[in-house]
Design a binder for this molecule. Structure first.
Ligand SMILES: Nc1ncnc2c1ncn2[C@@H]1O[C@H](COP(=O)(O)OP(=O)(O)O)[C@@H](O)[C@H]1O
Ligand SMILES: [Mg+2]
Length: 368
């Protein structure tokens, strides 16, 4: 069993006054693939290094299985760590690099041989066992680093941005490899990345962090469809969610409208009831809507959001249009690649308001 229980964890570095990890509280399940994601500097590596025992805990507890590990040295925690810079020994060949940790532990030679060959088979690096790291591509080196972790047969794998040094195509391929690896090894993995695509595609569960604080811990589906706040909503998704500032008005009793100086939208019944319950009538809120939940309307139908085309980006099958909708706000929508506009063309957008989310204007918390 390799659950990891993290109880109200705090980290302050001695030379650094501010608290880098704040009240981190989470239970990681046995065999779970958990992804820690957030912008650079939010405390992901610090968190991982505390689980590994490479960094002291300032306050709180970490249990691996039933063992309180706060004061246990890394080698006694039954974990293996994989880093971004593969940290291979340049003078040793692939076989010796993978075998290194086992030799230190003085395992019998034939056991080492079996373990190295098994890892090499899983990772498909058998043909390279005699090569030195410099004779390998980036992807192959990262496989060797994974091999070194696998042979230790740990309860828990900790991975810190292991794919960041690879080019985009290889990164995609290695993503799949690591998912397969998790399925075959059936161990707990805690995987750190700043890349929301990696988080969304790899994690059984995602923990989004900001400034050392967990913003949300949930399945990829829930993180995407029910983000706790505007930070999560804008961090997750290949195009960030659009946010529009407006006031909730009740011009007809029971029927709410989202009102901005340039346009109004009818709010569907379910959202209306929710906003009434939250006492948001006559208050300013943030409406959040994803680019895929909006369509380009015809100029004639004035039902939608008028915007002035500012610039666009061709992304292969789609073209992303960025529209000025007033109050210094830009709206991004996904359109067909054939569409051509020049600057300041007037465009109408029809949002599917039933897919919109509403957030507290001040705190950014999602209203529910
Ligand atoms: N050894 C250290 N001493 C002081 N501050 C540190 C140390 N390591 C990291 N920090 C600070 O802690 C914060 C979180 O860093 P880190 O955990 O590396 O973030 P991430 O991995 O999410 O990019 C940053 O502000 C960083 O400057
Ligand atoms: Mg880091």
């Amino acid at each position: 069993m390799a659950t990891i229980e993290i109880n109200h964890l705090y980290k302050r570095y001695a030379k650094n006054k501010h608290t880098v990890v704040k009240d981190f509280h989470l239970e990681i399940k046995d065999k779970e693939f958990l992804v820690l994601v957030g912008p650079s500097g939010c405390g992901k590596s610090t968190m991982l290094r505390m689980i590994a025992g490479l960094e002291d805990v300032t306050e709180g507890e970490i249990y691996i299985g039933d063992t309180l590990v706060n004061d246990l040295p890394p080698k006694d925690r039954d974990i293996a760590m994989v880093f971004q810079n593969y940290a291979l020994y340049p003078n040793l060949n692939v076989y010796e690099n993978i075998a290194f940790g086992l030799r230190l532990r003085k395992l019998p030679k034939h056991e080492i041989d079996l373990a190295v060959k098994r890892a090499a088979r899983i990772l498909e690096i058998e043909p390279f066992l005699d090569r030195k790291p410099r004779q390998l591509s980036g992807g192959q080196r990262q496989r060797v680093a994974l091999g070194r972790a696998i042979v230790r047969n740990p309860q828990v794998f900790l991975m810190d941005e292991p794919l960041s040094n690879l080019d985009a195509k290889l990164r995609m391929q290695m993503r799949t490899e690591i998912i397969k690896l998790h399925k075959s090894l059936k161990t707990t993995i805690v995987y750190v990345t700043h890349d929301q695509v990696e988080a969304m595609t790899m994690g059984d569960r995602i923990v989004v962090m900001k400034e050392g604080v967990i913003q949300q811990a949930d399945t990829p589906e829930s993180i995407y469809s029910k983000p706790n706040n505007t930070f999560v909503a804008s961090f997750i998704g290949s195009l960030p969610m659009n946010f529009i500032k407006g006031r909730v008005l009740e011009n007809i009793p029971g029927k709410l409208e989202f009102h901005t100086p340039r346009f109004s939208l009818n709010i569907p019944e379910i959202a209306s009831n929710m906003l009434i319950k939250n006492k948001m009538v006559n208050r300013i809120v943030t409406l959040g809507i994803r680019p895929e939940n909006m369509e380009l309307g015809k100029a004639a139908e004035i039902a939608g959001i008028p915007g002035f085309h500012k610039y666009n980006e061709l992304m292969g099958a789609d073209r992303y249009l960025h529209l000025d909708i007033g109050q210094e706000q830009l709206l991004t929508i996904r359109a067909s690649p054939e569409i051509q506009y020049v600057e300041d063309d007037l465009v109408y957008v029809t949002p599917n308001v039933s897919e919109a989310l509403f957030f507290h204007f001040d705190t950014g918390e999602r209203l529910s």
